[in-house]
Each structure stands twice: as structure tokens, then as C-alpha cells.
Design a protein around this ligand. Structure first.
Ligand code: NAP
Length: 247
């Protein structure tokens, strides 16, 4: 029997798009801690330097914008790729009636188009691996709606949909594709939201387990889905939501 061990990703190359902070940082740290050769991508060099200092033998830093053609080309030219975490994403909160084009375009560009483009670029190096896995960072908002979050929900529902479609299309290349769908996790993205006491109460009331997610909770599921322990799992999602969507 095999299970989680520190050598889970030895001789595996895993790229984490959006690896400098928050959930992506935890996913990169966990992949490195399990022996992977991790390509960590973000625009802030200082974040990646700190990560590389933690795992000097395992981290390769790419200081790049993951929405750029230059980045897609670099992914495509990798000799081999075993794992991809499409984690970079953003939110623009507000009533649907008031969302400006700029917000709509920004959310669609990063959360949907970029995820598609990175995955598209990853296919060639993943075909050169014996088997490979993509984890798309979704959200509980990929399953439900929530006030002021219709734009974000639209993008994460799209992530759930494209994940199933990719899983079906890429299965013939032994590329598995799944999502991790977190509830609220305290990260630089969500920190300002929790300064609003009413919002904080709303969130805690919605989570049956009564706490926010921790970045480690999300990284654990991501690690599992990237690994061979999930070798029969594709086209689905692990909701790390403390029960939010079960209500
Ligand atoms: N936090 C939550 O409660 C929560 C819940 C459900 C789902 N999620 C999802 O989880 C993912 C990560 O969320 P998070 O809260 O950890 O976000 P975060 O705190 O904003 O961190 C995002 C990371 O991605 C990088 N990034 C963003 N845009 C990039 C770009 N264009 N090019 C390169 N790197 C980029 C950022 O670094 P730079 O800015 O330095 O580039 C940063 O390292 C997102 O897809 C989000 O929708 C989050």
C-alpha cells in the first residue's frame, strides 16, 4: 500500500500559477515539501525569493505575469510537466447592476481565459510525462450564488464546467483535470472583506464547521489531486468548504 509520503513528487515537475501568496503559496510549499521540482510563478519577486529560500533545492522562480503570451510560450516549451495548479484568480465584488466593463473583463481574463490558455500551453509538456494532473482553483462560488458575487460566481462556475470538459478531452493523454473548491480562506485577497463585521458574521454563519478554511486545508486537497493517489479521479471537484454548499 502506498500513501502520502515525503517522496510523493520526487522527479515530478509541478507548476503553480500564482504562487507568491495565499493559497497558491501553500500549494507550492506543499509540493516542494513532498519532493517536487516546483516552478513558482507570480509577479512579485520578493514573494518568490522568500519561497525559494525556504526550499532552495525544489523551487524555480518565474517572475512573470501569467496572463502574458510570453508565459504561455514558456510553459509550452517545458521539456516535461507532471502537475499544474491554475491558482491565479481575482474577485471584483459588487452588485451585478453596477459592475463596470473593466471588472467584468478583468475577472473573465484571469479566472477563465488565462486558465484555459495556461492549460492549453501545458498539454504539450504534459504529453511528454507518463501521466499528469491539472488542478484548477475554483471556489464554493462555482456551485452556488452569493450576494454581490455574481461576476465571481460566473467565473468559478465556468471553471467547474471547463474542468469537466478538459477532463474528457485530455483523458486520452493520461492528463487528469479536477478542481479544488474552497470556502473563504484568510489571504491577502480576502483580508479586506473580513474588516466588515456584518460580512464576517454572514460567512461564519454559513459554514457549518464554524471556521474559515486554512491555506493548508486547500493545499492538502491540491496535493492529493496532483498525486498518483488520485489516479482514477478526473473531471470532479473537492469542495473544501466546511459544509457551506451542503446547506
Ligand atoms: N481566499 C479565498 O477565500 C478563496 C476562496 C475560494 C477560492 N479562492 C481562489 O483561490 C485562488 C487564490 O486565491 P488567494 O486568496 O490565495 O489570492 P491572493 O491572496 O490574491 O494571491 C494570489 C497569488 O496569485 C498571484 N497572481 C495574481 N495575478 C497574477 C498574474 N496575473 N500573474 C502572476 N501571478 C499572479 C499573486 O501574486 P502577484 O500579485 O505578485 O502576481 C499571488 O501570489 C484564486 O483563484 C481564488 O479565486 C480563494
Amino acid at each position: 500500500m502506498t500513501g502520502f509520503n515525503r517522496e510523493l513528487f520526487v522527479n515530478r515537475t509541478i507548476l503553480v500559477a500564482g504562487a507568491g501568496k495565499g493559497i497558491g503559496l501553500a500549494c507550492a510549499q506543499m509540493a516542494a515539501a513532498h519532493g517536487g521540482n516546483v516552478i513558482a510563478v507570480a509577479r512579485t519577486k520578493a514573494d518568490l525569493d522568500a519561497l525559494a529560500k525556504q526550499y532552495p533545492d525544489n523551487i524555480t522562480s518565474w517572475v512573470m505575469d501569467v496572463t502574458s503570451e510570453e508565459f504561455f510560450a514558456r510553459v509550452k516549451s517545458l521539456p516535461v510537466l507532471h502537475g499544474l495548479v491554475n491558482n491565479a484568480g481575482l474577485n471584483r465584488i459588487g452588485p451585478m447592476e453596477e459592475q463596470p466593463n473593466e471588472n467584468i473583463d478583468a475577472v473573465i481574463d484571469l479566472n477563465i481565459r488565462t486558465l484555459y490558455k495556461i492549460s492549453q500551453a501545458a498539454i504539450a509538456p504534459m504529453k511528454r510525462a507518463d501521466c499528469a494532473a491539472i488542478v484548477n482553483m475554483s471556489s464554493q462560488m462555482g456551485f452556488v450564488g452569493s450576494p454581490n458575487r455574481t461576476l465571481y460566481c460566473m467565473s468559478k462556475h465556468a471553471v467547474e464546467g471547463v474542468t469537466k470538459a478538459m477532463a474528457v478531452e485530455l483523458a486520452e493523454h493520461d492528463i487528469r483535470v479536477n478542481t479544488v473548491a474552497p470556502t473563504f480562506v484568510l489571504t491577502p485577497m480576502t483580508k479586506p472583506m473580513f474588516e466588515d463585521e456584518d460580512f464576517k458574521k454572514f460567512v461564519y454563519d454559513m459554514i457549518p464547521l464554524g471556521r474559515l478554511g486554512k491555506v493548508e486545508d486547500i493545499a492538502n486537497s491540491c496535493t492529493f489531486l496532483l498525486s498518483d493517489l488520485a489516479s482514477m479521479i478526473t473531471g470532479t471537484s473537492i469542495k473544501v468548504d466546511g459544509g457551506w454548499t451542503a446547506r
